[in-house]
Design a protein around this ligand. Structure first.
Ligand SMILES: *[C@@H]1O[C@H](CO)[C@@H](O)[C@H](O)[C@H]1NC(C)=O
Ligand SMILES: *[C@@H]1O[C@H](CO)[C@@H](O)[C@H](O)[C@H]1NC(C)=O
Length: 468
């Protein structure tokens, strides 16, 4: 814990208020960051609606130690559920962006008043309120400027690589970039809906009153992009901290059917297949993937579930059996598991039997995979994922691209493509090289988080800054 031992919660000193965006990939990151800050003896208030706070807590248990001390300074504010429609996802929509979540996204504006009220209460009782808010919640926290002892830090939930190019393009390309690098960066076409782009632009408009930025990334993997983000044109001379990975790196394994199964497999022999919480595959795509997995001969754990609905109301169980080809489960029963439910992803990735991850490249998943030293077969679906996929495969060289974005994003990925990608990652010399690089990078990242490492020191620097 370094030299910071004082209890900052006492005598109304400094408190942190965390305001996450209520989608799992965002909630999870800020809940883990809250845990990290609270173990530094700073009280953290975490706000959200009751169902989303419950969802985040329920799903975070995995991988964390159960030491109650680690969350003793963490106070949850469960606001009443908001009023909005929560339609099911559409697995056949033209673009994969989860537009069924737009009503929830729009409803977040209703949090402005309860959050403003909480800021007022905290600012009355404490020397300083340091607000860490998701960059998509700028309008919700905007009233903090009325309180002289409140200050805000913007959290970006995506890779430094992705957010740099988004910001640089949005600002009208304020400086030259190497053409070779630009050629690597996939187009923004097909990544978002127009409604969501408008929403983001509006939220980013509030960044002018923020005191600095926080990234869930690590200098040992993204130094180049972090240096670009630090340039005056982008940073406006405000401070930035790279505090990732936020997820635990020394994980405590609990029991789960798939972990018990992994115990019986040989090292690096199994691939994890999962596309996160915001993607539903079409029936046709599920079939092609199933056949590809079967033909590849690679052992697998496949998390086959629908995208979350907006209500935070628990798990969406896919009728996996009904979607798979006839007799499939029987044919693959000795070498594959299909899970239709929430899976302990970090623990699975940390298991010795896992040798690869077929992933949509949501940033949470990338960070978990990198910190566990697992190479990635990248199959991006929407948002920042196409750019994360390029970071992982072309810049870091710890993975292969299964789906190319600019020309093939609208195509079904055929079983033959799945089959050859899995063989390449799991059973080729090239794949072995990537696995080696991923393992080394994982070790570097875990060292960065440990006492004396670069991430550890950056967190100390952030804490020192807010308790100054
Ligand atoms: C910051 O941006 C908001 C929203 O665009 C605007 O209302 C506000 O006046 C700006 N504040 C400063 C200090 O520029
Ligand atoms: C993880 O465990 C190792 C070995 O016990 C230890 O050296 C390291 O500091 C731990 N890392 C963190 C982040 O606690």
């Amino acid at each position: 814990m370094g030299s910071i031992n004082k209890q900052y919660s006492e005598e109304g000193d400094v408190v942190v208020l965390v305001v996450p965006f209520p989608l799992q990939g965002h909630l999870n990151q800020l809940l883990h960051l809250s845990r990290l800050i609270s173990t530094r003896n700073v009280v953290v208030h975490f706000v959200g609606t009751t169902p989303h706070n419950h969802q985040a807590r329920r799903r975070m248990i995995n991988g964390c130690d159960d030491d109650p001390k680690s969350i003793a300074n963490l106070i949850f504010h469960d606001f009443p559920s908001l009023d909005y429609q929560s339609p099911p996802p559409d697995p056949n929509s033209a673009i994969k962006f989860p537009s069924h979540l737009q009503p929830l996204i729009d409803a977040t504006s209703l949090l402005r008043h309860p959050v403003g009220e909480l800021i007022r209460r905290l600012s009355d009782k404490n020397r300083r309120v340091a607000i860490i808010y998701d960059s998509l919640m700028g309008s919700v926290v905007q009233d903090f400027v009325d309180f002289p002892n409140a200050e805000a830090y913007t959290f970006h939930s995506v890779s430094a690589f992705s957010i740099f190019f988004f910001l640089w393009e949005n600002m009208g390309r304020p400086f030259e970039m190497d053409e070779e690098i630009l050629k690597m960066v996939p187009s923004i076409q097909g990544c978002f809906t127009p409604e969501f782009v408008k929403f983001v632009q509006n939220q980013h408009g509030y960044m002018n009153s923020s005191s600095g930025r926080i990234y869930n990334t690590c200098r040992v993997i993204e130094k180049q992009s972090l240096d670009l983000l630090a340039r005056t044109e982008i940073s406006k001379k405000k401070k930035q901290w790279a505090l990732g990975p936020f997820n635990p790196v020394n994980i405590t394994t609990k029991s789960h059917e798939c972990l018990n199964w992994l115990e019986k497999q040989s090292p690096n022999s199994v691939i994890l297949v999962s596309f996160g919480t915001t993607t539903s595959l079409s029936d046709e795509q599920i079939k092609e993937l199933a056949i590809g997995l079967e033909k590849s001969g690679v052992n697998f754990i496949w998390v086959l579930r629908d995208a979350d609905k907006g209500d935070g109301d628990g798990e969406v169980l896919t009728k996996a059996d009904q979607l798979l080809p006839d007799g499939y489960a029987e044919r693959v029963k000795n070498r594959g598991i299909v899970l239709g439910d929430w899976a302990p992803q970090l623990e699975i990735l940390g298991h010795f039997a896992i040798g690869g991850f077929l992933s949509h490249c949501g940033w949470n998943s990338c960070m978990e995979s990198i910190s566990m030293g697992v190479p990635i077969a990248a199959w991006p679906m929407h948002s920042d994922q196409p750019r994360n996929a390029v970071l992982v495969t072309k810049a870091l060289k710890i993975g292969i691209l299964v789906k190319e974005w600019d020309h093939r994003r609208d195509e079904i990925v055929k079983s033959s493509t799945v089959e050859s990608a899995l063989r390449r990652l799991m059973a080729s010399e090239e794949g072995e090289e990537m696995r080696k690089r991923a393992a080394e990078m994982g070790a570097d990242v875990r060292n960065a988080v440990a006492e004396g490492g670069v991430t550890h020191m950056e967190l100390e620097s952030f804490i020192s800054h807010i308790i100054r």
